[in-house]
Write a protein that binds this ligand. Structure first.
Ligand code: PGA
Length: 260
């Protein structure tokens, strides 16, 4: 389909066992079946072990699913790691790369994110590369510099016609209950879109820039309406059915999914 589809992504983090995940997506599918939502792309990100149950329950559904992390090698002696090939085999369309929790709690560097980007793309997964500044970096006016570095390193050698997404997730807004303001989001998203264009990455249809960090049913309409926001990455508010459905059904005057 032509035009940009607004991405609504639910990152469950380390929540929902296989059976809980199955029950959730079953109810989600049921809850969303009344309306057609061609301009919106809905994707959930269960923990690895819950992916098969979600895949089974979402067979022939418009709702997509992906993984929250991936390893860069496709096979070998790498205890505890999950190959992109295994994810692809489970029907994953997406993979999140470089979430700030992976960077801060598990020491993932930009170089690691880049390896994961390249191998995911080679395998046919669509990566969502996360970037964002800490509160301290923002205070020191280093936001653009940090994001520029994360993009530069994370997208090193990524082909210009590749299809992927960028999630702007200010670290201070994640899980804090306090999202960034519309003004703060607008300038960063515009910076990212310009950065991508300047480097030669194709069109907006191939690379969306989505926002994450304390997105809720209460603020989603306002956040999605911000220029240059092509979707949202939702943590906590994606865990409850009602709140996720409300987010999926965000109201946007002059639907963003229309062709630009
Ligand atoms: P949050 O998480 O919505 O709970 O702030 C967002 C994320 O970590 O992707």
């Amino acid at each position: 389909m032509s035009g940009i589809r607004t991405l609504i992504a639910g990152n469950w983090k380390s929540n929902k066992s296989a059976e809980e995940a199955r029950a959730f997506v079953k109810a989600l599918r049921e809850g969303l079946k009344e309306k057609k939502r061609d301009e919106r792309e809905i994707v959930v990100f269960p923990p690895f072990t819950s992916i098969p149950a979600v895949a089974d329950e979402l067979r022939n559904s418009e709702i997509g699913y992906g993984a929250q992390n991936v390893f860069w090698e496709t096979a070998g002696a790498f205890t505890g790691e999950v190959s992109p090939v295994f994810l692809k085999e489970l029907g994953c369309r997406y993979v999140i790369i470089g979430h700030s929790e992976r960077r801060t709690l598990f020491g993932e560097t930009d170089e690691i994110c880049n390896r994961k980007m390249l191998s995911s793309l080679r395998t046919g997964l669509r990566p969502i590369l996360c970037c964002g500044e800490t509160w301290e970096q923002r205070r020191e006016e280093k936001t653009f510099c940090i994001i520029g570095e994360q993009l530069n390193a994370g997208l090193h050698q990524v082909p210009f016609d590749a299809e992927f997404d960028i999630a702007y997730e200010p670290v201070w807004a994640i899980g804090s209950g306090k999202s960034a303001t519309a003004e703060q989001i607008e300038v960063v998203h515009s910076y990212i879109h310009q950065w991508l264009q300047r480097k030669g990455f194709a069109s907006r249809e191939r690379v969306r820039v989505i926002y994450g960090g304390s997105v809720t049913p209460e603020n989603v309409d306002r956040l999605i309406a911000v220029p240059d926001v092509d979707g949202v990455l939702v943590g906590r508010a994606s865990l409850k059915l009602e709140s996720f459905i409300r987010i999926v059904d965000f109201c946007c005057p002059g639907e963003k999914g229309a062709s630009p």
